[in-house]
Design a protein around this ligand. Sequence first.
Ligand code: HEC
Length: 136
Amino acid sequence: MRNIMFTILGTLLFAGLLSFTTKAEGTTVPGQTSPQETSKFSVPDDVKAVLDKSCLPCHGKQGNIFAKARWNYKKSPKLKTHKLVGKLAKIVTKIEEEKMPPPKSVARNNDLELTAEGKKLLIDWAEGLAESLVGE
Ligand code: HEC
């Protein structure tokens, strides 16, 4: 029971984490985001595919009801640069430490599996993006 509570709490706390990936969708809709915002953030299609498969089922808007409750499309593009960089750094750490996607969940649902290739793709993307943001 405690475990379940922790999982629910964790999901509530962190479901919004990857919400900034909506930016990728934003960039495909002309005129919806300001040029200033879109220049800061980009998610290439191959990266997005990996996020969609291994992360967004929990962290995205199509995730569980808790994740959904935390999704904030409007707010995400307004994240301050240092916050974005912090999130990207956490993503890299969690992937490198093999904490995300949670191995227990992957064992239950193979679809969430992050391949070595996907791992590298996400890490390179997150690190590269963080560097370019810091360099601004
Ligand atoms: C099965 C659901 C699930 C999947 C899939 C999943 N996560 Fe998570 N994630 C969670 C939960 C629940 C937490 C909060 C508890 C924790 O930190 O262990 C979390 C926490 C995190 C955190 C820590 C947030 C912080 O501020 O400390 C990061 C970063 C993260 N996830 C990134 C990812 C990435 C990147 C992927 C895909 C490679 C991913 N997650 C896939 C459920 C998931």
